[in-house]
Design a binder for this molecule. Structure first.
Ligand code: NAD
Length: 460
């Protein structure tokens, strides 16, 4: 599969010897903070972990978060790396690398997805685990943050090989996860079938039949403990957020025109639900190419095409365009729903929209965000916008634990309550601190964490 990988700088990591001692500042236009030096963060300003923690530290400074909470939240509690052998279909063995990062569990068990991608690095997983802590806090679920993954291209392996890879990875981390301790879920490259293999393997290894071992993981097929509405949940949450916040940008969702970067789980569901509300998708791009139709692309038909062919390329209801044309397409809302760091300065310059609704995690770099801000484009931050997925994962876990299945109407209703409440907290923080929505979202998330730490204290 030919992928257009976004540029990554995680490999060039060096301790930052210059940052300690002084207050926050911009170095070469990039945000710097004494805590980067204190904790030995990579000096590279393009490092994803440095960028995500940097956004949190800006919010923490504004709200006056105590130093000890800043350093606790700036690093994960546990970073687990495993290497495990798996037999291939041709009889040879290959060694795979897997990760599980447990960022914080002050609010409840660690929670977060598993990414299966050939380019997964420890710093990516740390960033995504950190974002889960913030997201769970903001959206009001009783979880901390975690994330994991396997360095593997799932599209290059047979179903039988993937099953062995996933089961062997589960065995390698089985002692570090659990229904009350750390509960993984799907992410890029992983799906409900993978979750089912993980639940099944864990059930065998844990030998705790009768204690809902399948609650060790969410995003399972509905037939095996999954929740109705989980598959569409992240897209539904993006749309619920837009319904709440678009009127403030003077946009009517019914007549809204949008484009979507990445047409996988999050992108396709966002597209389908927005279309069902009367909005029109003018362009989309995935790893196979970009397409456009000014009369509107049928998101349902396109999702079916992607299911059959693996990508948006070749879809009859639109014309192929190049990457620049995709970004320049004039829309009201642009939804990045692919990978991290894809909206850098050049893409932010090209975008022709009023609002960016972050379906993906960390899609906008700080440099990209500065350009968007200067151009008056509002960014609905990922920790709010894409928190629908973990919210319905929480509902799935509750259903497993109580041996009870909710109907779809109840899932959608409860999800909407969480999304509306989270959006209100962000709005309130923006009003109180007169800051942008990303900083406001971090402040709202940090307030809950600060209150919990104040009550719990720090052991011993
Ligand atoms: P997915 O694997 O279903 O889809 C990913 C999409 O990105 C695919 O369409 C793929 O073609 C596209 N893509 C990959 N590389 C690309 C490139 N270089 N250029 C253009 N397109 C590219 O993954 P997903 O579950 O939809 O996740 C997408 C994003 O949303 C990720 O950042 C993920 O962490 C985040 N997210 C997912 C969920 C969830 O419930 N699935 C929840 C919260 C956040």
């Amino acid at each position: 599969m030919a992928t257009v990988a976004p540029s990554k700088s995680n490999k060039k990591q060096q301790p930052n010897s210059k940052a300690g001692g002084k207050g926050p500042e911009r170095r070469g236009g990039e945000f710097d903070h004494p805590i980067f030096g204190e904790l030995g963060f990579p000096a590279d300003p393009n490092n994803l972990y440095r960028q995500t923690v940097g956004s949190m530290l800006q919010a923490a400074d504004i709200m006056g978060l105590p130093h000890h909470l800043k350093i606790i939240l700036a690093q994960p509690k546990n970073e687990i790396m495993v290497n495990f052998p798996v037999k291939m279909d041709d009889g040879t063995y290959r060694l795979f690398k897997g990760y599980r990062v447990q960022h914080n569990n002050a609010l409840g068990p660690y929670k977060g997805g598993l990414r299966f991608h050939h380019d997964v690095h420890l710093d990516d997983v740390k960033s995504l685990a950190f974002l889960m802590t913030m997201k769970c806090s903001l959206v009001g679920v009783p979880y901390g943050g975690g994330k994991g993954g396997i360095k593997v291209d799932p599209y290059k392996h047979s179903r039988a090989e993937m099953e062995r890879i996933v089961r062997r990875f589960t065995a390698a981390i089985a002692h570090q996860i659990g229904p009350d301790y750390d509960i993984p879920a799907p992410d890029v490259g992983s799906n409900a079938q993978h979750m089912a293999w993980i639940a099944d393997t864990y059930s065998f290894l844990s030998e705790v039949g009768g204690h809902q071992p399948e609650a060790v993981i969410t995003g399972k097929p509905v037939e095996y403990g999954g929740s109705l509405g989980r598959e569409k949940a992240t897209g539904q949450g993006v749309v619920d957020t837009l319904v709440e916040l678009l009127p403030e940008a003077g946009i009517d969702i019914k007549n809204c025109r949008f484009s979507v970067l990445g047409f996988g789980n999050v992108g396709s569901w966002t597209g389908k639900i927005l279309q069902d509300k009367g909005a029109k998708m003018l362009a989309t791009m995935d790893h196979t190419g970009a397409i456009r139709n000014d009369g509107g692309i049928d998101a349902h038909a396109l999702a079916e095409h992607v299911r059959k062919t693996g990508g948006v390329a070749g879809f009859k209801g639109a014309t192929r365009i190049d990457k620049d044309e995709f970004y320049k397409t004039k829309v009201d809302v642009f939804v990045p729903a692919a990978l991290e760091q894809m909206i850098q300065e050049p893409e932010a310059q090209m975008l022709n929209c009023k609002v960016v609704a972050e379906g993906a995690n960390a899609p906008t770099t700080p440099g990209g965000e500065r350009v968007l801000e200067a151009r008056g484009i509002e960014v609905l931050p990922a920790i709010l916008c894409n928190s629908g997925g973990v919210t319905v994962s929480y509902f799935e876990w509750v259903q497993n634990k109580t041996c009870h299945q909710w109907d779809l109407a109840m899932v959608d209703r409860e999800l909407n309550k969480h999304m509306v409440h989270a959006a209100a907290k962000v709005r309130e923080a923006r009003r109180k601190y007169k800051c942008g929505l990303r900083t406001a979202a971090y402040i709202a998330a940090l307030e809950r964490l600060r209150n919990t730490y104040e009550i719990r204290g720090i052991f011993p």
